[in-house]
Design a protein. Sequence first.
Lengths: 278, 467
Amino acid sequence: MTNTKINLPTEHCETCPAFTQLEQMGIKVGDFDRVVALAGNPNTGKSTLFNALTGLKQHTGNWPGKTVTRAEGGYQFNNVKYKIVDLPGTYSLLSASQDEEVARDFILFGQPSCTIVVTDATALERNLNLVMQVMEITDKVVVAVNLMDEARRKGIEVDTRSLARDLGVPAIPITARSGEGVATLLATISDVIEGNITVKPHRVEGTPEFQKAVNELVPMIESMAPGIPNARWLAIRLLDGDARVQKAITSGELGEIVSRQSRADVQFSRKMSVEGRQ
Amino acid sequence: MENNITPYDIIAKAEALRNNLSTGFRDEIVKSIYSEAESIAQRAIKTASDKKYDLDQKIDRLVTSPWTGLPIMLILLGVIIWLTVSGANVVSEAIATVLFAVGDLGRNFFNSLGFIPWWVTGFIWDGVYLGLAWVISVMLPPMMIFFPAFTFLEDLGYLPRVAFNMDWLFKKAGAHGKQSLTMAMGFGCNAAGVVATRVIDSPRERLIAILTNNFVPCNGRFPTLIMLATVFVASAFPAALTSFVAAGTVVGVVLIGVAFTFLMSWLLSRTVLKGEASAFTLELPPYRKPNIGRILYTSIIDRTIFVLWRAMQTAAPAGAIIWILANIPYGDVNLARAIADWLNPFGLLLGLDGVILLAYIIAIPANEIVVPTMMMVYMGAGMMIDGPSSSGAIFDLLVNGNGWTMLTAVNLMLFALLHNPCATTVITIYKETKSWKWATVSVVITLGTAFLVTFLTASIARLFGWV
């Protein structure tokens, strides 16, 4: 089976063919360079975006809670192979329901190279709650403001530049159903992963005493597991008495993740230098 | 580890620090996340007009109103079932005619060759092939109408409104409002409904949703209900009304199933699974123009073909087993008849008969094959050359040939609605709950209800001399 090559519509870089070339790889994800997670509120079109990228036919339906397990697929963009993981749609990452745990555990322990949070342009306020919660866990976040066509029909204008500035991470307007903006989204994901775009997620501070407690814990976690990217979130969860995180720390799961991650990074840069890309 | 900080130090430190914090610190964080989100969103959004949104709200006011919401739901359910009933009958008969004719050709061809033993011909054409032909002609047409219609409502965004309308009922039963979503999935396939309960946070309410999911008839059971409603209930009415009466009957049976869902949820939440219903937020998504291509793809490929294939996999061996049972002599009769006779007293007690119970035992892997199995046992070994392809022929076979009454038909509908989950669903329940105990409980509850209800209706009918 050959992969499907698709030229995405784009208004930004029409003269640059490499930028518009997406290769859908279906479920052939054995050999990939990067892992991208797809999070978002229920019913924001996550599965539609997932299908558009992978060429798979994951069932999409207009009701919340349809994806209860995570689905995986692959795509290739600018000669880099990505594995994309469609997480269950959730409103938050705080409660203990199974779908939220699947989503949270993957963002935390699956260590995706980048997490796309798909949001509904017509209900941005509610959707941003989840964006903020994801940004508590990981830095590498790209916000996809989906359903732009629906927003336009309803007379809603979304200023994604203001959004990106306030959030500290890129915000890309897309319409997953028609493919509008998807090329820009993919380019942005790649830029965030390679560090061409600097992300500085906006995080809520909390009370001074809380800040102080977090600041005491973070260095301890970092010295136990050097290179851990989300020590601050772990500290917050530990302060909250989260049993799952306690278990992850004591079982050494966390340390393994860090070493696996750094191994993968070394491999990737070696591969890139051998093949002369990037 | 080379450094001297252990995980236990960190956890102990966290415990110590937590004691210094005010108790609601986490709530504070959540609150500030929400207010930050609000102000960021306000800065980024400009709203010009709200025309489309107004229309959505107007529709929602109608379909989720306490007065019109439930009637609209019932009408939609009625329309879908009516479409299925009236469309499926014609197609079913056409498919049955073609497939049975092919069976005849095959049998004649084998006979004309001369060297093939009778039992090979019988096993293949009257056993395996007949089982497959029955399942395809009985199941395929209703599914091809029901699944696209259901997927259409799903794509439109109507399902969450159903959840909204029924929330108060579930709450009264001590169950989670999202159970109506998993119940709706159950109409397609109960195993899928059980998996869908993952959207329910509380383990207690999730377990209730799992244990009661089987009370709504899945697509494998709809054909049984449709056939019985058409052949028995509707035949008492003028021909012009047949499809409406049949659809009305099926809707009635579905409502009985929903009533049992509430009753059982209520009983469970008052006894073994005690607790109050938890609150939840449910988003009413905007109505979207359904994508016809995707609806057809999803409903035909992902659902119809998937379910039919599964049914065929169980129908082929079931057909073989029935043929073997029907061709092993046992005293004066064959083994199938002997087992059915042995089960008969118990069957009659429930207003059913031995053949029906035997069919249900053979159909444990998949409910879809109950009617075909029953028909094949009734028709016996030799005389099934021409399967009855019209409602009249089925009525004749059951009533005049095998002593069915209206009570048999009604109780079989009730039994089909309430009896144990198919093997796939039981295994799914085990996988989801990771406990054989709950998987067993799901069988005991449903089968117990089915026995009790059919026993009661049969006793009452006999007491009043209706049969």
